[in-house]
Design a protein around this ligand. Structure first.
Ligand code: ASP
Length: 370
């Protein structure tokens, strides 16, 4: 095992002057008598969140076949985003949608479509997954991913991989080729190689922007959390089968060994044909404790709620009471789509059955708590 000396970080801290956007997540502490249980009803007070409007009547879009997200965080502001940056984000999301569309157009499965869409975002250095993944506290990269098929609840996931270029493909291979759901650490890296995935060195994931974010986080500087960056996709195919996929580098400056919600089925990813395909982004610990995506499905299955109400209740009303924010993309078998988020922004896009492609990156395109 390679142990990295930490002292070498300090000169870098002193000289890190090129600061771009950075991410520092300060987990809010629970009150001592708080047992961390999600609020039992939609009417429970959102103790530490901005007051949210009551309930949600309508979904964001209908007749959607595929949707992707590029992470939740502070919204991109029109004033501070150059035309080049805007184009880069929109192009990244659109490329991912087109990659998934190609699969669906050829009667491919929704599982293949979400994998291909996420592969594109993993390869795009702009997003916090694959190339461009954030740094751990000891200046490494550890990636998490999961995928789920709604027709039979098959699922696969990898956690803490260090040498896989496309973790979502490794997750799909865990689903297809093993009797397990989640492989972690060295075993997951070894499995990926055995399955023919070419390993990458840690340098592959490196980007200046993510390095600067780590330096800023280490320096405890106030930061503007422009985007947390995790990526995900949800799709429905010609057979009406739903799938969901999520891939991430996790949180900047996370402890080595920390695993977030993205590879946890029922937290960051869930798909069930009779309810929903959902992929989440945000403060992973809260999504795990609140069983976020499984709860959306359960509210639909056992609570009789529709997709918009169920996903809104979890993201806007329940999770903020646990002290964290984020968002989700959610799709049902009829093509009903919603993207509620308690974070200021969430980059996302969707494709409708008749080929309309929509991307939303600015706050006015996708306001928080809506
Ligand atoms: N949910 C991810 C994690 O906690 C981070 C993110 O969505 O940005 O690992």
């Amino acid at each position: 095992m390679r142990i990295r000396p930490r002292s070498w970080l300090f000169p870098a801290l002193a000289t890190a002057t090129t600061l771009t956007v950075a991410l520092v997540v300060v987990p809010r502490q629970l009150a001592p008598d708080d047992d961390g249980t999600p609020a039992a009803s939609a009417a429970a007070p959102a103790a530490q969140a901005a007051p949210a409007p009551a309930g949600k009547a309508k979904p964001d879009a209908r007749d959607v076949v595929l949707a992707v997200h590029g992470g939740a965080g502070t919204a991109l502001s029109r004033d501070e985003t150059s035309p080049e940056q805007e184009k880069a984000y929109r192009d990244g999301l659109a490329r991912a949608l087109r990659a998934g569309k190609k699969v669906l157009d050829k009667d491919g499965t929704s599982t293949r479509a979400v994998e291909k869409a996420v592969n594109v975002l993993e390869d795009d250095p702009l997003f916090n997954a694959g190339k461009g993944a954030v740094f751990t506290a000891d200046a490494g990269h550890e990636l998490d991913a999961s995928i789920m098929r709604g027709s039979d609840l098959a699922a696969g996931a990898v956690a803490g991989v260090k040498h896989v270029r496309n973790p979502i493909t490794a997750a799909r291979l865990v689903m297809d080729k093993t009797k397990h759901v989640l492989l972690a650490g060295q075993g997951a890296d070894d499995f990926a190689v055995q399955q023919g995935l070419k390993p990458v060195t840690q340098d592959y994931y490196w980007t200046q922007r993510r390095w600067d974010e780590l330096m800023k986080a280490k320096g405890h500087q106030p930061v503007k959390d422009t985007t947390k960056g995790t990526v995900g996709a949800v799709a429905v195919d010609g057979k009406k089968d739903l799938s969901a996929a999520t891939s991430t580098g996790g949180l900047t400056n996370k402890m080595a060994g920390r695993v977030g919600d993205s590879p946890v089925i029922g937290a960051g990813t869930y798909a069930k044909n009779s309810t929903v395909a959902a992929s989440a982004t945000g403060q992973g610990e809260v999504f795990i404790r609140g069983a976020a995506t499984a709860t959306i499905s359960n509210l639909m299955e056992f609570g009789g709620k529709d997709l918009a109400k169920a996903s809104y209740e979890v993201l806007v009303e329940r999770l903020p009471t646990l002290g964290g924010d984020g968002g989700v993309i959610a799709l049902d078998g009829k093509g009903t789509f919603d993207a509620p988020h308690s974070s200021e922004g969430m980059l996302h896009g969707y494709l409708t059955r008749d080929g309309k492609l929509v991307t939303k990156i600015f706050k006015d395109e996708s306001p928080p708590n809506s």
